[in-house]
Design a protein around this ligand. Sequence first.
Ligand SMILES: Cc1cc2nc3c(=O)[nH]c(=O)nc-3n(C[C@H](O)[C@H](O)[C@H](O)COP(=O)(O)OP(=O)(O)OC[C@H]3O[C@@H](n4cnc5c(N)ncnc54)[C@H](O)[C@@H]3O)c2cc1C
Length: 402
Amino acid sequence: MTTDLRGLTPAPPEPEHLPYPDADVLDVASLLDPAERRSLEAIRAYLHDVVRPLAIDYWNREEFPFELLPGLAEVGLGEIELGGTSRLYRGLVYAETSRADVSISALVGIHNELIVGMLSELGSPEQRERWLPRLRRFEALGAFALTEPDHGSDVAGGLETTARRDGGEWVISGRKRWAGLGTIADVALVWARDAADNQIKAFLVETDRPGYRAQKIPHKIGLRIIPNADIELDEVRIPASNHLPGATDFSTANRMLRSSRAWVGWQAVGVQLAAFDVAREYSLERRQFGRPLAGFQLIQQPLSEILGNAQASLGMMVQVARLQEEGRLEMLHAAMGKATGTRLVRESVAKARGILGGNGVTSEYHAAKIFGDAEIMYTYEGTYEINSLIVGRAVTGVSAFR
Ligand SMILES: Cc1cc2nc3c(=O)[nH]c(=O)nc-3n(C[C@H](O)[C@H](O)[C@H](O)COP(=O)(O)OP(=O)(O)OC[C@H]3O[C@@H](n4cnc5c(N)ncnc54)[C@H](O)[C@@H]3O)c2cc1C
């Protein structure tokens, strides 16, 4: 047994192995059938071995990793919503993607929930036939354009982008902000107000149409791999057939947002597992006072708290997935999953960053990247506050916002 540098207390034995190489300590994966479990393991290995190490460099350079798209398609991440798999499987895949990299998980999640999922539910047979074969292979990319410069939280009531019918065409005019992949997507799913009936509807706008202009929003503190865009739609003409027939008013958007909000709850699980992975590994390698950090009680406590937060979020999302499976998911459930998960994320990533000391503030190590990405999760898909107010409205019957 060694003694610490000041000879005050005997150091504990060196750890010989990691007792839980898999942070799924509650063995939630055992709820999957064997085929889904094998598939999840294969996806996890790919994400861990290929995506995670590459992502950090792209994150630092604020560049999109086109080279990863064929591999992501190969393991099925372009078509999760089309596969007929269980909700729990999809959630765990989303969590594993987020554990590897939050930006890549935003690419996969928005693509599946808001582009592929929306097209397959609300699109016409022709729209599905035209777009889904390429989208599911990541050979085409879509951008989801709802938020506007002057309307974020109040977009449902305030949306200003207009759609005017002109013979066999729609003419779309307005501005969008934050649309992920807006500068590189092949098609944007644009929400606009029909000038005739004042309803908010969804339209497929090919990004090479005259009048579509997108500019990347630079210098973000998180999600740096995803080019979020300011978009100008200057009298963009699209065929009448580009309107999504199932998207006739904002309640259709809300129905889809329920599911995508739940997806952020899964992202929250994954990023906390990432925080745990990074902090545990570092605490085992880094030595101070003559012993690994992992041997100090005040390091073991935050490690235990991060893991506990992750498992609490996971437990909640397992039940959210069950409700989804049974067709019983309400906005209350999705909003609570998103709000609670991202609240815990803030705590977890801060604790992980702290465990890395100074090395926690440079993105050469993963902790700083996770720390920045967590802030985006707190804000997008309805901010923490708005999702809390949705829960508040559901449990009191009184709306604190309109
Ligand atoms: C990196 C990133 C990616 C995104 N990706 C997309 C995308 O792909 N597509 C898309 O359409 N949008 C996207 N968004 C937009 C996102 O959904 C909005 O940022 C979000 O809805 C908040 O809107 P806002 O930024 O305009 O903030 P605001 O609505 O201006 O809110 C500012 C603050 O005020 C608070 N607030 C507002 N109203 C109330 C109220 N009534 N009571 C209490 N507090 C209130 C908010 O919670 C927040 O803290 C993205 C955003 C980010 C940052």
